[in-house]
Design a protein around this ligand. Structure first.
Ligand SMILES: [Zn+2]
Length: 129
């Protein structure tokens, strides 16, 4: 179950090379002051400003990415109930119990997506397959 602050979030440059704020509701004239939050403060590091800015944008997009990916996985899970899906022979989750684990070390895109959702939600990702 998702417990994070609902999106959308934005990356806002703090200016003068200080870094970026990840915010919700800021710089939005229509936002109620009680609904303006600083989610995180990102100080610049050894990476270039361009890379830091890209990282800030990626963090700010996280709630929308999680929502979109969860929606896609739900649709795929629904379709997998009625359509036989060929397991990915190189995926350790798709082939669990069918071949020695030493033969498969990677994950297919579907299981990578499930693992990413589990990482974001702090769960073990063991929803129905
Ligand atoms: Zn798989």
């Amino acid at each position: 179950m998702t417990q994070h602050t609902k999106g959308p979030w934005r990356a806002v440059d703090q200016g003068k090379g200080f870094g970026f704020d990840i915010v919700k509701g800021w710089n939005c004239p229509k936002a109620n002051p009680d609904q303006k939050y600083k989610i995180a403060e990102m100080k610049l590091n050894k990476f270039s400003i361009k890379e830091n800015k890209a990282n800030a944008r990626l963090i700010a997009a996280a709630p929308e990415l999680l929502e979109a990916l969860s929606g896609l996985i739900s649709k795929i899970d629904f379709e997998r109930q009625v359509i036989d899906v060929e397991p990915d022979s190189g995926c350790i989750e798709c082939t669990k119990g069918t071949v020695p684990n030493s033969k498969n070390t990677g994950l297919c895109d579907y299981h990578k997506a499930r693992a990413a959702i589990a990482k974001a939600e702090g769960s073990d990702g063991r929803r129905s397959r």
